[in-house]
Write a protein that binds this ligand. Structure first.
Ligand SMILES: C[S@@+](CC[C@H](N)C(=O)[O-])C[C@H]1O[C@@H](n2cnc3c(N)ncnc32)[C@H](O)[C@@H]1O
Length: 277
């Protein structure tokens, strides 16, 4: 069997199992196993696929057909143009979160050697993305899950400005130095939303998703407990879930934050709420 035949077979198989983007997923899996990208297929696709590679590809296709996340099968995923190691135990970075990074970078303009917190850091994608643009920043990336923390330390290793902190954000505030900016994409799904997750998402860690009855527990706690940590002229920016921007705004206002603003993601959803100290 040629690599191209393996690719076409994979597309058909994934489509039959209702995978949303069978061509894309098949090309990613074939490239991961054989090294042949979609662009090289017309040329290198004529080569035979070695039996060991075909066996490996088959195993991956079977898992993908069961809606196991493509990103976990690949072991790496891109965010903000950077590669992140991912696997079970850590949330897969989402493109929506780039809106939070962009907001944070804007808020840091004109501040030299800023101190930043990335609370609920997961894979470290926010901390690393900010560090990639602001090598002068000192960024505390706080994460409580030991499993996620091992990805965080690996992913942020190329960025000496990032300090991974294994801690519960509900307890860490007094131990951190004052900062210019808090960024956080915390868990924000309500109990009701947890009951109707897309199958792929059920493979991601519950601790990264669930945030109590109405999904606001983390926003409430961060807005209150971390307010004293932020320097005058400093800022806070949250990623929020669908329809949470108004509630997050209220929580910020109740806790003394000012000049509250919102930013939409690429799909036109209010995704980031930010404010001044
Ligand atoms: C929605 S994920 C976000 C991960 C990453 N910031 C991102 O944008 O992809 C939330 C993260 O918060 C972590 N987390 C949950 N409860 C926490 C707590 N009490 N203290 C610190 N981190 C926590 C989870 O383990 C998970 O990695």
């Amino acid at each position: 069997m040629t690599i191209r035949q393996a690719y076409l077979g994979t597309v058909g198989y994934l489509r039959a199992y209702g995978v949303e983007s069978p061509e894309f997923d098949a090309s990613q899996l074939v490239e991961a196993v054989t090294g042949v990208s979609r662009g090289r297929m017309p040329l290198d696709g004529q080569k035979d696929i070695p039996p060991a590679q075909w066996k490996k590809l088959r195993a991956m296709i079977d898992r993908r057909a069961q809606k196991y996340p493509l990103q976990y099968l690949l072991g790496e995923w891109e965010f903000f143009g950077l590669p992140f190691s991912v696997g079970e135990g850590v949330l897969i970075p989402r493109p929506d979160t780039e809106t939070l990074v962009e907001t944070g970078l804007k808020l840091l303009e004109g501040v030299s050697h800023p101190v930043v917190y990335d609370l609920c850091s997961g894979s470290g994608c926010i901390a690393a993305a900010v560090a990639s643009q602001r090598p002068d920043a000192l960024i505390y990336a706080v994460e409580v899950s030991q499993e996620a923390f091992s990805y965080l330390t690996k992913n942020t290793r190329p960025f000496p400005g990032v300090r991974p902190v294994l801690a519960d954000i509900f307890e860490a505030a007094p131990q951190l130095p004052s900062c210019h900016l808090i960024l956080s994409n915390p868990p924000y799904l309500s109990d009701e939303e947890m009951n109707r997750l897309q199958t792929e998402v059920t493979y991601e860690p519950e601790i990264a998703l669930r945030a109590g009855e109405n999904g606001l527990a983390f926003y409430r706690s961060i807005a209150k407990a971390y307010r004293p940590n932020v320097l005058p002229q400093g800022h806070i920016a949250f990623e929020v879930g669908y329809r949470q921007s108004g509630l997050a705004e209220e929580l910020l206002r109740e806790n003394g934050w000012r000049h509250i603003e919102k930013k939409q993601d690429l799909n036109g959803i209010e995704r980031v709420v930010y404010a001044s100290a």
